[in-house]
Structure formats: C-alpha cells, structure tokens
Design a protein around this ligand. Structure first.
Ligand code: URA
Length: 278
C-alpha cells in the first residue's frame, strides 16, 4: 500500500480508504462529527424513566420529504403508535414499511421481516439482517443462519414446521455494523408488537442485542444465556418464557462456546417437551 497520496487525486484517496478496509458507506448522510455534540439523538429504552434526547427535526438528509422525523422523539412516538395500531402480522409489516423514522431502510435493499411458520409456538428473535438476508429478504439465510438451522434441527425444530423467526432490526445496517441504540429503540415497538401478534408459547433471543433489548437490561449475553426469563409487554395477556442463547455468528467466531450453546439447546428441548410442544 502506498502512503503517498495526492489530495488532488480523489481516486488515489479512495483507493487508500479501500486499502484501509473502509470499503463501504456506513451511513447515508455525511456527518461533520466536530459539529455534532449538541445534535446527537440519544435514545433510551422505553420504561427506563429517562427521556430520549432531542435531535433536531432539521437534521440534514437527502430527500427531506421522506426523512422529516428521522432520529427524533416524534419518530419514537410514531413507531409506538404505528406498531400498536397493527392488528395482524401483515399489517405490522406494512406499518414498518411505511415508518419513516429509521434511516436504515434507505441504505438497505429491502425489508427483512420474518421467516418460518407464523402459527408456530416457538419464536426466535435475532439481531439484524446481514448482506445475504438483505439480498434475499429473509432472516438468517447466510452462514450464521445455516448454523442456526443446524442448531435448531438438532432438537427437532425447523422453519418449515415449528419455529418462526424475526429480528429486532428489520433492515440491514450498512456494512454490517452493529445497530445503534437509537435504531434499536425505534425498532423495539415493532418487534414487541410482532411478538404480541404471534403470541408464541416460548421465545428464544439469539444474541446479546435481542436479549438486552427485549429483556430491557444491560447485562451481557454471557450472563443471560441459558437462564429462563419472562418476556412481557402491554399487549400480552401473560408473560412468555424466554431463553437467551449465544448468537450463531458468535459461535462461528468462538467455536469453543458451542458446548454451552448445546447445553442451552438441551434446556430448551426439555422445556418444550414439558409444554407438550415437542
Ligand atoms: N444475524 C441476525 O441476527 N439476523 C439475521 O437475520 C442474520 C444474521
């Protein structure tokens, strides 16, 4: 890699960025971070008492007509209202598609909403779509999805018959970056409503993002995994037993942890048997 870059040569500068690994746009708007201090939209989770900090409605963005409520308190209340109004899974998908508060949809190819059997009694919630999911419009279809299918298959679960799958975030974050706190907060009303509409007997939270967001905790997945919790939300008649497990992408990076993941799957299987689901 050559370090002699002429600032007057944009192609060389671009090549330098690519050589450094910066080969994908991470956001849809170029931000001057030196001027952001008083403008950053910080969201906290609903129910935690703290209010989301205001982002100005005049936050710059292309296609202003489509982006007015981006990253604002209005978009959080819009998200809650839109999600609450949805009476069916199809209506919820349409509500998400019409929601203008999340900029991820502008960089993603398409919405990645769900897969599997919506009448299933088991629902798994992951983090966010990656490149393969973005291309095919279905959650967990890349390499981590293939591992997930094998994990589920090992205890008799499959999308074709007895499990339904979705994510906290329904559009791929650019460059597969982690979703921001604000993106998670804006997506939370939709996944909570999604769970209410499916009303499964058992929930599985795959990975720390899903577990923390849906359990409203900052405790890490290493401590949460393998311990049954109860998921509640306003629209649920009764709490749903929920089991956090390691995310399959983490298991691909840390195969030594598969031992613990297997123990968690056995725990899940035992509970499903108790409930007469398996
Ligand atoms: N990882 C997730 O959390 N969800 C997907 O859909 C794909 C990968």
């Amino acid at each position: 890699m050559s370090l002699s870059i002429e600032s007057s040569d944009p192609a060389a500068l671009l090549q330098f960025y690519i050589d450094c690994g910066a080969d994908e746009a991470m956001g849809d708007v170029a931000l001057d971070r030196t001027k952001l201090s008083d403008k950053v939209a910080l969201f906290t989770q609903p129910g935690q008492g703290a209010k989301p900090a205001l982002a100005p409605t005049s936050m710059p963005g292309p296609g202003a007509a489509d982006t007015a409520p981006l990253g604002t308190i209005e978009s959080l209340s819009d998200a809650r209202a839109l999600a609450a109004e949805a009476k069916t899974i199809e209506a919820l998908k349409a509500a998400l598609e019409s929601f203008r508060g999340l900029s991820l949809k502008r960089t993603a190819t398409q919405i990645v909403f769900s897969d599997g059997n919506p009448a299933a009694r088991i629902m798994l919630v992951g983090e966010a779509p990656g490149a393969d999911e973005d291309r095919l419009g279905r959650p967990f279809v890349g390499v981590s999805g293939q591992l997930l299918d094998r994990m589920l298959g090992s205890i008799g679960l499959s999308r074709e018959s007895n499990i339904y799958i979705s994510n906290v975030i329904n559009w791929r974050p650019p460059g597969n970056r982690s979703p921001s706190e604000a993106e998670i907060a804006l997506s939370l009303p939709f996944i909570q409503r999604h769970i209410e509409l499916v009303n499964p007997a058992v929930l599985i939270f795959a990975g720390g993002v899903a577990a923390k967001a849906l359990m409203n905790t900052s405790v890490g997945i290493t401590r949460l995994r393998g311990k049954w919790a109860e998921h509640t939300s306003d629209g649920l008649k009764k709490p749903i037993p929920a089991l956090p497990i390691f995310h399959p992408a983490y298991l691909l990076r840390s195969p030594q942890e598969k031992r613990l993941a297997w123990a968690d799957l056995l725990k899940l299987k035992a509970r499903l048997k108790e409930l007469g689901i398996l």
